[in-house]
Design a protein around this ligand. Structure first.
Ligand code: SF4
Ligand code: SF4
Length: 135
């Protein structure tokens, strides 16, 4: 039987087209998106940094789909697999920690559509049955 994690990761990879892949490769860790996000500004908690909210999806891409990922896996250099525990831990960041205001997307100097990619990450949660029950 396919696990929830596999369902989520499959959907993350399906949603990671060439544009999203370029977003994951382009971040220069400048922190400007953090300064634009009200969740980060009001709490001061680094976990609300917009690009950080995408980490499980980014890791799935870097482990399974990025250039040389197969070779990196063989050499033990690939990022570790995403776990269900991690997906559950990230759910409040992906849902309660983002209202899709797009301020982060507007300020990112690399043109990364963080809000649009969070929406795509939510598709993975929905496919795995890990979206909040109210939704
Ligand atoms: S503003 Fe863009 S480049 Fe800077 S840390 Fe955020 S996502 Fe990365
Ligand atoms: S779209 Fe989400 S992550 Fe980006 S600034 Fe708005 S609330 Fe923060």
């Amino acid at each position: 039987m396919t696990s929830k994690t596999e369902l989520a990761v499959d959907k993350f990879l399906e949603q990671t087209d060439s544009e999203v892949a370029s977003f994951f490769e382009a971040c220069v860790h400048c922190g400007m998106c953090a300064e634009a996000c009200q969740f980060h500004l009001s709490t001061g908690d680094p976990k609300y940094t917009p690009i950080y909210k995408l980490r499980p999806m980014e890791r799935a891409y870097k482990r399974e789909k990025a250039p040389f990922s197969r070779l990196k896996k063989m050499l033990g250099l690939a990022p570790k697999p995403v776990t269900e525990k991690e997906l559950i831990e990230w759910a409040p960041l992906v849902y309660d920690g983002c209202n899709m205001c797009k301020r982060c997307t507007l300020v990112c100097p690399m043109g990364i559509d963080i809000a649009g990619t969070i929406r795509k990450m939510r598709a993975g949660y929905a496919a795995a049955g890990l979206a909040p029950e109210e939704l």
